[in-house]
Design a protein around this ligand. Sequence first.
Ligand code: G3H
Ligand code: 13P
Ligand code: ZN
Length: 305
Amino acid sequence: MIVPVIDILKKAREEGYAVGAFNTTNLETTRAIVDAAKEMRSPVIIQITERTMEYAGGRAIFNLVKNCAEFYAPEIPIGIHLDHGKSFEIIERCANIGFPSIMYDGSRHIYEDNVMITRKVVEFCHAKGMSVQGELGSVPYIGETSMMGEINWDKYMTDPDQAEDFVCKTGIDTLAVAIGNAHGFFKERKEPDYDRLEAIHKKVSIPLILHGASDWENGRVKEVIARGICCFNVDTATRLAFVNSLVKSVRDQSEVSFDIRKLLDGAREAVKKVVKEKIRYFGSAGKVETEKTECVYDPVKKTEK
Ligand code: G3H
Ligand code: 13P
Ligand code: ZN
């Protein structure tokens, strides 16, 4: 069942757990996320990026996610969200398609411009009933060749006072924070800046989102949930699971198979396993209280009416 992203996040925030916002690029990843959420009785957010919209077609991928959520997990709250929208044009495109929630990532701009553009985006989206995530500070994409020691983390971090001002001036619904987190695997700062997160949490009363969290181990996840994070973005971990499984399936073939379904079935299962593990870590397992509905699709027998 599709529900507003903000409702999922507000409930998580109030009850002191976090949810996963998992990126999808295709049918297999989408089904893996939906099936994992259903099995774990967990709310989830499914995210689509601009590059995925280019790859799959914006309407095609949006409707794929919506249909999978509505048909295969009708009793599970599932949010659909644009991840890292970087221009007004992409936000308008998403509004036309029917996205109920978007991120405007203005983190590469100077503060004043980030405020100005984010506020414009919020005015536009709120008039259409869409929720908006903003980003302050910057969650970097650190290149493969960068050495951890070379990174000047100070220039990426979210300033707590500025965060308060940003939320007030823009009217955003949720905020992506930078506390030493980075996109990709093993790129983050040695220790997240927990004090900074606590200070942001004290000044800002909207849900706080952590990007670049794919490789965070359980202890660290618990520390930041205790300090106000109620949503973790995950992409790299599921992509890796998908690709590794696919490569293995191709290598293990005793004879060449052209049945791509056989190759992709393993990838879907590998992604599902990762999503279930993350849901357990984030503490959202079992949070769906509605009765288990009789589903027309049986994910174990893979049959449907
Ligand atoms: O932060 C977002 C993703 O990990 C990058 O996604 O390759 O679809 O732009 P993309
Ligand atoms: P990872 O690269 O850690 O999966 O982060 C994903 C993300 O932040 C998507 O917005
Ligand atoms: Zn991100």
